[in-house]
Design a binder for this molecule. Structure first.
Ligand SMILES: Nc1nc2c(ncn2[C@@H]2O[C@H](COP(=O)(O)OP(=O)(O)OP(=O)(O)O)[C@@H](O)[C@H]2O)c(=O)[nH]1
Length: 666
C-alpha cells in the first residue's frame, strides 16, 4: 500500500512538469557542448511548443526551466533586452504559480543575472534568501542547480565554508537522480569543489577529487569533458610542484583540446606546459612549445595569448642568457597589460621580472622591481580591503534595508494586533464597567431592600418585644415585663432594694355595668396616664391584672413613698374620668411592701411571695373602706415566726404584732 501511495505522490509532483519537455531540455544541454548553434535552434523549438497562456499552464516547472535556459543563452550572448523580457515573463510566473520548485528556479535565474551583471551585493542578499527557501524545494534538478549556483557565488565571495556546504548539498541532490545528465553534473560539481580546495591551497584533496572524476569520465566515456578536467588537474599538480605529472596531464589536455578543436584551450595548455617546463628547467622543451603556441596565437589574432606567450618566451630567453631580447619581450608584454590597468596581473608579471633579474644577478634592477611589486601589492591590498569594506557596507545597507522593511512590516502587523487588542480591551473594559454598574445597581437595590427589610424586621421585633412586654389596652408594661425586671434584678449578687405598690380600682365592675365596657376601658386608659405621670423614669408601672396596677418604686425614703401614695390616691380621685359626656368618679385602693421585705433574703422570701403580702395589704384597704393604701412596715419578730402568717393571714400577724403597717387615706 505504501508503494501505491508513494507512486501517487510522485505522479502529483511530476504533474507540474512535462516529461517530454524535460527530456528535450536534457538533450539540449548535451547538444550545447557538441553543437551550440544546433542547440540554440532546439531550444527555440522547445519554447515555441510551450503553453502560451501562463495562467492555464499545468506544467509551469518545465516552462520555467526552458525559459531559464533561454535567458542564460541571451545573457551569455550579451543580449540584455531579451534577458529583461524573459525576466519579466518569469516574474509574472513567479506571481501566479503555486510551485515552489518553479519559484526557486526563477529566483535562482534572477540571481544568476545579478551576478553576471556584477550587481554582487544584491546578488549575495538574494543568495541568502534563496538558501533559506531551499529546504522546500523537492525537484532534485532544481535543488542541485541552486546549490551549485550558491556554491559558486559564495566561492567567488571567498566564503569557502558556505560554498563547500552548498556544493555538498548539490551532490546529495544529484545522488537522488539517475538520468543522462547526472554524470555531467556530478563531474562539473566535483571539479568546482576541487577548485575551492585549490583556493584553500589544499592541493591533495583537490587532486584526489579530480582524479576520481577523471576515472568516472574514462569509465563512462565522457571524452568531451576531459579537457576542462585536465586543465584543473594540471594546475593542481603544478601547485604541488609535481611537474612530471603536470606535464603529462597538460599534454593529454592539449591532445584532447586539439581533437575537439577548442583553440583557446589549446593555447592555454601550451602556455601552461611552457611554464611547467621552465619550472622543470627543461628550457628546450619550454622554448619549443611556447614558440609553437605563439605561431598559433598570432594566426588566431589572439592578442591576449600572444602577449602572455611572448612574456613567457622573454623570461625563458633571460634564463637562457639572452638578457636584452628577453627583457624587451617581457617589457613589451608588460606594457600591454599596463594599458589594461590590472594591478593583480601586473603584480604577477613583476614576480617574473624579479626572477629574471635575480638570474641575471642584476641586483639593483631586482631591488627596483621588488620595490615596485611591493608597492603594487600594497595598492592591491588597499584597494581590495577598500572594496571589501565598501562591499560589506553596501551589503550591510541593503541587508539592513531589507531587514528594516521586514521589521516595519512586523511592526505594522504588531501595531494592528495591538490596536485590535486595545479595542478588544476597551470593549471588555466597557462591558466590565457595564456589568459592574449593573451589579452595583442590583447590589444597591438589594442592599436597600435588605436594609429596609432589616428596618422592618427591627420594627417588627421592636413591636413584638413591645407587644410581648406591654398591655395592648393601656400601653403599660405587663406581667412578663415584671418577670423580666425581677429576673434582671436577681442577676446581680446584691439586688437593688425597691418597693412594690399594688393598686386596684374600686368598684370597677360597677363602672363597667353603669357606663359600659368601653367606658371601663377608657377609665383604665385614663388612670394609666395619670399614674404614669407620677412614676420616675426608672420606675415600672405595670397593668397587673384586669383593673389592677403595680408600681415598682425605686424611692427608698419612707417620706417620699408616703408622698407618692398620697399622690396616687389624689390623682385618681381628684377628677372624674370623662367618657362620652359622662363624668365617671374613680377611686383606687392599694397595698405597699418593700422588697426585700425586712432584710429577709429574697431567696428565702421572693418577690412573688412579697407581692402576696402586698396583695393582702390591698385587700385590707378594700375591707377598710377603699380609697386608701396600706403600707406594711418592718417585721417585729424574726421572719421564721412571722412566716406562717405571712402566707395568708395578714390580719393575724398584725394582731399578734408581728407586723406593723400604716395607712394613707385618699
Ligand atoms: N371594661 C373592662 N372591664 C374589665 C376589664 N378587666 C376586668 N374587668 C372587669 O372588672 C371587674 C372587676 O370586678 P370585681 O373583681 O368584682 O371587683 P370590683 O367591682 O372592682 O370591686 P372591688 O375590687 O371590690 O372594688 C369585672 O367585672 C371585670 O369584668 C377590662 O379590661 N375592661
Amino acid at each position: 500500500q505504501e508503494h501505491v501511495v508513494n507512486e501517487t505522490q510522485q505522479v502529483k509532483s511530476q504533474a507540474m512538469r512535462d516529461a517530454s519537455v524535460e527530456q528535450a531540455l536534457d538533450d539540449y544541454l548535451t547538444l550545447t557542448l557538441v553543437d551550440p548553434e544546433q542547440a540554440n535552434l532546439k531550444l527555440q523549438s522547445i519554447i515555441d511548443r510551450l503553453p502560451k497562456n501562463l495562467a492555464e499552464d499545468n506544467t509551469p516547472e518545465s516552462t520555467v526551466r526552458a525559459l531559464t535556459y533561454q535567458l542564460f543563452a541571451h545573457l551569455y550572448q550579451a543580449n540584455p533586452s531579451a534577458v529583461d523580457d524573459i525576466l519579466a515573463t518569469l516574474a509574472e510566473i513567479k506571481n501566479i504559480t503555486k510551485s515552489v520548485n518553479a519559484i526557486a528556479e526563477i529566483m535562482a535565474a534572477e540571481l544568476e543575472v545579478l551576478s553576471f551583471r556584477n550587481q554582487s551585493n544584491q546578488a549575495y542578499i538574494n543568495a541568502e534568501i534563496l538558501a533559506g527557501i531551499l529546504t522546500d524545494v523537492e525537484n532534485p534538478r532544481v535543488k542541485y542547480w541552486i546549490n551549485a549556483l550558491l556554491g559558486r557565488l559564495f566561492r567567488q565571495d571567498t566564503q569557502y565554508e558556505k560554498a563547500l556546504k552548498h556544493y555538498e548539498q548539490a551532490l546529495d541532490a544529484l545522488n537522488t537522480t539517475n538520468d543522462s545528465r547526472t554524470l555531467v553534473r556530478s563531474t562539473s560539481l566535483r571539479q568546482q569543489i576541487a577548485i575551492v580546495h585549490t583556493d584553500l591551497k589544499d592541493w591533495q584533496r583537490a587532486r584526489s577529487l579530480l582524479e576520481e572524476v577523471y576515472q568516472d569520465l574514462l569509465r563512462y566515456k565522457q571524452d568531451q569533458l576531459l579537457p576542462d578536467l585536465f586543465l584543473s588537474l594540471g594546475f593542481v599538480m603544478a601547485g604541488q610542484k609535481d611537474y612530471t605529472a603536470a606535464v603529462e596531464v597538460n599534454l593529454k589536455g592539449l591532445a584532447r583540446a586539439r581533437a575537439q578543436k577548442q583553440q583557446s584551450l589549446v593555447l592555454t595548455f601550451m602556455n601552461n606546459l611552457g611554464s611547467v617546463y621552465i619550472e622543470q628547467q627543461n628550457y628546450p622543451a619550454a622554448k619549443n612549445i611556447l614558440e609553437e603556441a605563439l605561431t598559433e596565437a598570432l594566426a588566431l589574432k589572439d592578442t591576449e595569448n600572444v602577449n602572455l606567450i611572448n612574456f613567457n618566451i622573454g623570461y625563458l630567453e633571460v634564463l637562457l642568457g639572452d638578457a636584452e631580447s628577453g627583457l624587451t619581450k617581457m617589457q613589451n608584454a608588460f606594457a600591454f597589460y599596463q594599458q589594461r590597468d590590472s594591478k593583480t596581473e601586473l603584480e604577477d608579471l613583476l614576480g617574473w621580472f624579479a626572477k629574471a633579474y635575480k638570474s641575471l644577478k642584476d641586483y639593483p634592477k631586482l631591488a627596483e622591481t621588488l620595490e615596485w611589486q611591493m608597492q603594487l601589492r600594497e595598492e592591491i591590498a588597499a584597494a581590495s580591503s577598500e572594496k571589501i569594506t565598501r562591499d560589506l557596507l553596501s551589503r550591510y545597507e541593503l541587508k539592513s534595508q531589507t531587514q528594516q522593511i521586514t521589521i516595519l512590516q512586523q511592526q505594522n502587523e504588531l501595531q494592528e494586533e495591538l490596536l485590535k487588542n486595545k479595542q478588544l480591551q476597551q470593549t471588555i473594559t466597557l462591558l466590565f464597567i457595564f456589568i459592574m454598574g449593573l451589579a452595583a445597581l442590583l447590589l444597591v437595590n438589594l442592599y436597600r431592600k435588605v436594609q429596609r427589610s432589616n428596618l422592618r424586621l427591627k420594627e417588627v421585633n421592636k413591636q413584638l418585644e413591645y407587644q410581648s412586654l406591654r398591655d395592648p389596652l393601656t400601653g403599660l408594661f405587663n406581667r412578663r415585663a415584671m418577670q423580666d425586671k425581677m429576673a434582671q434584678r436577681h442577676k446581680s449578687s446584691q439586688p437593688e432594694a425597691c418597693a412594690l405598690l399594688l393598686l386596684d380600682i374600686d368598684f370597677f365592675k360597677q363602672i363597667n355595668d353603669n357606663y359600659g365596657h368601653a367606658a371601663g376601658d377608657a377609665v383604665l386608659i385614663d388612670l394609666s396616664r395619670r399614674l404614669l405621670a407620677l412614676t420616675d423614669e426608672n420606675e415600672l408601672l405595670i397593668r397587673w391584672g384586669g383593673e389592677e396596677f403595680l408600681i415598682v418604686i425605686q424611692r427608698l425614703e419612707q417620706e417620699e413613698i408616703d408622698q407618692l401614695c398620697q399622690q396616687v390616691l389624689q390623682v385618681v380621685s381628684a377628677l372624674p374620668v370623662v367618657y362620652e359626656g359622662n363624668e365617671i368618679p374613680v377611686t383606687i385602693s392599694g397595698g405597699f411592701i418593700r422588697l426585700p421585705f425586712s432584710q429577709v433574703p429574697e431567696h428565702q422570701f421572693n418577690w412573688e411571695r412579697v407581692l402576696q403580702v402586698a396583695d393582702m395589704a390591698l385587700y385590707l384597704s378594700k375591707l377598710n373602706g377603699r380609697n386608701q393604701i396600706n403600707l406594711i412596715d418592718e417585721l417585729q419578730v424574726p421572719f421564721a415566726d412571722a412566716e406562717p402568717h405571712l402566707q395568708s393571714d395578714l390580719n393575724g400577724a398584725i394582731q399578734e404584732d408581728m407586723i406593723k403597717l400604716h395607712t394613707i387615706h385618699g
